[in-house]
Write a protein that binds this ligand. Structure first.
Ligand code: SF4
Length: 216
């Protein structure tokens, strides 16, 4: 899924991402560090990134392993990605907060504010994903300010800063309601064609820019 006409990315991208991961692992900037076993950095593709998935925060298995979306929720995500023709190795997967909130509670506003300012925003700035897919209500609200998942899932939205956002349910939601598996699956299946359209739009913009420069 390499980008056509991709923006050039720094050759030391991997080391910059590693540096963020290392800071995160020792981070004490918010109260969530007190109860974590491991901070959970992102995983996956970093160069010429098409798709970033952003969930809410690590759960019990993620906290133990230090990796996002492992255990039962991770297996649901893997099967849904596979059925949508998406390869997990080609995607960067991370969360809004990088340490597990106690009892899996929703992260508090100040935790979200601190963690995203120091980590998620930096990850996005470095990786420049073509599309961000939010998994669950917390990530949807963070990027778009929208709180109604039923109304906004399965749609291409714009973040407050103009990033392309596609929202769907969190994989763990299928454990509360099995009917959401089909909804989640149907949403994910839209992503390849959305990426295709975003690539095409960028290509047309590149051409227009190139023609503009060569005739000016
Ligand atoms: S949740 Fe984020 S800001 Fe809070 S301690 Fe963990 S890494 Fe640091």
């Amino acid at each position: 899924m390499a980008k056509s006409g991709a923006k050039s990315q720094s050759p030391d991208l991997a080391s910059q991402i590693s540096e963020i991961d290392a800071r995160m692992k020792n981070c004490t900037l918010c109260r969530l560090h007190e109860s974590r076993t491991n901070a959970v950095p992102g995983t996956g593709r970093i160069a010429d990134l098409d798709l970033m998935l952003v969930g809410e925060g690590p759960g019990r298995n993620e906290d133990h392993e230090g990796k996002p979306f492992v255990g039962a929720g991770g297996r649901v995500l893997d099967s849904i990605l596979e059925a949508a023709g998406l390869d997990r190795n080609e995607i960067y997967i991370t969360n809004i907060v990088k340490c597990r909130p106690p009892e899996n509670r929703k992260p508090l506003d100040d935790e979200v504010e601190t963690c995203t300012a120091y980590y998620l925003e930096k990850q996005i700035e470095l990786l420049e994903p073509r599309l961000i897919c939010t998994l669950g209500a917390t990530a949807l609200e963070y990027f778009t300010g929208e709180t109604n998942m039923a109304k906004n899932h399965g749609k291409l939205l714009r973040s407050k800063r103009g990033l392309a956002i596609f929202s769907t349910y969190h994989p763990a939601a299928v454990f509360r309601s099995n009917s959401l598996r089909e909804v989640l699956q149907a949403d994910m299946k839209k992503i390849p064609s959305i990426l295709e359209k975003l690539r095409e739009r960028e290509y047309q913009q590149d051409i227009a820019e190139f023609v503009g420069k060569s005739t000016s």
